[in-house]
Design a protein around this ligand. Structure first.
Ligand SMILES: Nc1ncnc2c1ncn2[C@@H]1O[C@H](COP(=O)(O)OP(=O)(O)OP(=O)(O)O)[C@@H](O)[C@H]1O
Ligand SMILES: [Mg+2]
Length: 290
């Protein structure tokens, strides 16, 4: 089987006077059925990577180097119209904030069936049946009733289940989940992660899982990509990365992560000198690539 998502040497640049580099020669791969964790501190560029894949990078940002291939097809510079059949069908997205991601004035039912009818060419009744089945698959009780409800009538966890149902609705090859549990409280977070893993196992969908939570990565991911300052610093099988992180930044990230088996006072912030060194390296790279 060939690689599902292949990002190669990707540069994303904002403006021109002077240009600001948001991504610096980013490469990462997702194999079919694999769960890849994309981790790093706030501002690392994790969301930007996903936005390039989804074709929703900021309007004044341009891909100035490298490529994105999906299922062996170059999708770096697709137009919106060319990308539309892919999104929701082959590549789906689970957003961070379930409170704002659904249309507040539309019932849940049509928000699910629209996706099914658009991509799978289902008639009204078939789409309705499939929507019910999907709500059952994400373990929502009383699915009949939920189809008739508006988003504000559901809790955050229930809305995230609906959004997950929509993401998996067309059996996509790749789901991109950008911090899908950060907006939820801790017990609900656990349930949602369990659900994502269960659906992934049943469907064989690959997942690009964006998070700053290394605990989540350890439980969920096959492979991990560590980013800082728009760069990939380390990329390795999850087991290898947790056993033997090679980059100083990865080790610092581990030392800064709370763990149940370690008292909180042993947490060490990322050393300022390391951040400084990484920023300096980035400046050197920018001068080289300019
Ligand atoms: N709409 C935008 N226009 C221009 N620059 C942006 C925009 N959104 C984010 N950036 C910049 O792009 C860089 C990468 O941001 P990104 O949102 O990808 O980080 P992230 O790793 O997802 O962080 P977080 O964990 O906070 O979500 C940051 O320097 C940020 O300031
Ligand atoms: Mg982000």
């Amino acid at each position: 089987m060939s690689t599902l998502l292949a990002i190669r040497d990707l540069d994303l640049t904002l403006g021109s006077k002077p240009p600001v580099r948001l991504l610096r020669r980013v490469s990462l791969q997702v194999e079919p059925g694999q769960i890849v964790g994309l981790v790093g501190e706030s501002g690392a560029g994790k969301t930007m990577v996903s936005r390039v894949v989804l074709g929703i990078a900021p309007a004044n940002a341009r891909v100035t180097h490298g490529s994105v291939a999906f299922a062996a097809r170059d999708i770096t510079h697709l137009s919106e119209a060319q990308r539309r059949p892919l999104l929701g069908r082959e590549i789906a997205f689970i957003p961070q904030n379930p409170m704002t991601a659904l249309n507040p004035v539309e019932r849940i039912g049509p928000q699910i069936t629209d996706v099914l009818r658009m991509h799978l060419d289902l008639g009204r009744t078939d789409a309705q049946d499939r929507a019910l089945a999907l709500l059952r698959e994400v373990h929502l009780r009383e699915p009949q009733r939920i189809l008739r409800q508006h988003p504000h009538e559901l809790s955050g966890g229930m809305r995230q289940r609906v959004l997950i149902a929509i993401a998996f609705a067309c059996k996509p090859k790749l789901v991109i989940a950008d911090e899908p549990t950060t907006a939820l409280d801790v017990t609900v977070q656990k349930q949602i992660l369990q659900l994502i893993r269960e659906l992934q196992r049943n469907s064989g969908t690959a997942i690009l899982f964006i998070t700053h939570d290394l605990g989540v990565v350890a439980k969920l991911c096959d492979h991990v990509v560590v980013m800082h300052g728009g760069r990939v610093l380390e990329s390795a099988a999850a087991a290898r990365l947790f056993e033997n992180p090679t980059h100083a930044y990865t080790r610092a990230l581990f030392a800064a992560t709370p763990r149940f088996d370690r008292p909180a006072d042993e947490l060490k912030p990322i050393p300022a000198a390391l951040t400084q060194q990484l920023n300096e390296e980035a400046r050197v790279l920018d001068a080289r690539d300019a």
